[in-house]
Design a protein around this ligand. Structure first.
Ligand code: PHE
Ligand code: FE
Length: 285
């Protein structure tokens, strides 16, 4: 789930509460939808042992929701005691402010609808599979859980300061497409990757994309593409680094970044801690 203000949204926004939440209506899922869920789950579950971080894999194994589309309330009974987060059902993408308010209150919005069978490999908008498989296991990690709440609070502030673009880039390059260094090598904790059959191997094993050490201001100044594999991934050393680097007041950062041209998604800068230089750029100085 990411915040968005587009109007042409998929999903039924006609029956929601003021905070955009709905009832999951679990009995309404069809047998075909549960079967599609099992196929999606099986593909990703076979990949994550090699590519996902330990925190994700441990939570996924403990949750064991591969048999059917999960009931949010069943997971909530375990998530609450673990990290005080709650899943809330929503029709789809939310306005930025609504999305940030939920995160700031440790509520994670999960889209209720599942993609169509022909979208098995690729879908632009987040569906229940992306939101659930990609995001929910990470909510069980205490440090990441605190980061996401801090992000929500920061989002509300960014909204007031007109810095939505910058805070959105941070979400994109961490929560959705972040990589992490581990004793087993580079792994991912990003939901956009974890819920994608193609990008899981690509982000770790391909020599095409750049892999660059996490740098907060650099990220907030870097554009991104939403319809292709990422050209650059940013790599954290651990979740503490992410939490601590983002804990200062961003107000002066926004002032500093305002008016500066964004870097291209594939750019490499002199100050970057380059872990891997993408093949597309390998010949260039
Ligand atoms: N520290 C940030 C601020 O003052 C808030 C924030 C925390 C933003 C974590 C993103 C992630 O704006
Ligand atoms: Fe998401």
């Amino acid at each position: 789930m990411t915040g968005k203000t587009d109007h042409d949204l998929r999903g039924d926004y006609g029956h929601m509460r003021a905070d955009y939440t709905v009832d999951q209506d679990w009995p309404a899922y069809t047998p075909e939808e549960h079967a599609l869920w099992r196929r999606l789950y099986a593909r990703q579950a076979a990949l994550v042992p090699r590519y996902a971080c330990r925190e994700f894999n441990e939570a996924l194994a403990a949750l064991d929701f591969g048999g059917a589309i999960p009931r949010f309330e069943v997971v909530n009974a375990r998530l609450g005691p673990a990290t005080r987060w709650t899943l809330v059902a929503v029709p789809g993408l939310l306005p930025d402010k609504v999305f940030f308010e939920h995160l700031a209150n440790r509520r994670f919005p999960v889209t209720v609808w599942l993609r169509a069978p022909e979208e098995f490999d690729y879908i632009v908008e987040p569906d229940v599979f992306h939101d659930f498989f990609g995001h929910v296991p990470m909510l069980f990690d205490p440090v990441f859980a605190d980061y996401l709440q801090a992000y929500g609070r920061g989002g509300i502030k960014a909204h007031e300061l007109g810095a939505i673009e910058m805070i959105a880039r941070l979400y994109w390059y961490t929560v959705e497409f972040g990589l992490i260094e581990t004793p087993q090598g580079t792994r991912t904790y990003g939901a956009g990757i974890l819920s994608s059959g193609g990008e899981l191997p690509h982000c770790i094993e391909s020599d095409e994309p750049n892999r660059i050490g996490f740098d907060l201001l650099r990220i907030m100044r870097t554009g991104y593409k939403i319809d292709t594999f990422q050209e650059t991934y940013f790599v954290i050393r651990d979740f503490r680094e992410l939490f601590e680097a983002t804990s200062p007041d961003f107000t002066p950062y926004y002032a500093q970044l305002a008016g500066q041209e964004p870097h291209a998604p594939g750019a490499i800068l002199a100050a970057d801690r380059v872990l891997h230089r993408g093949r597309a750029l390998a010949g260039k100085p």
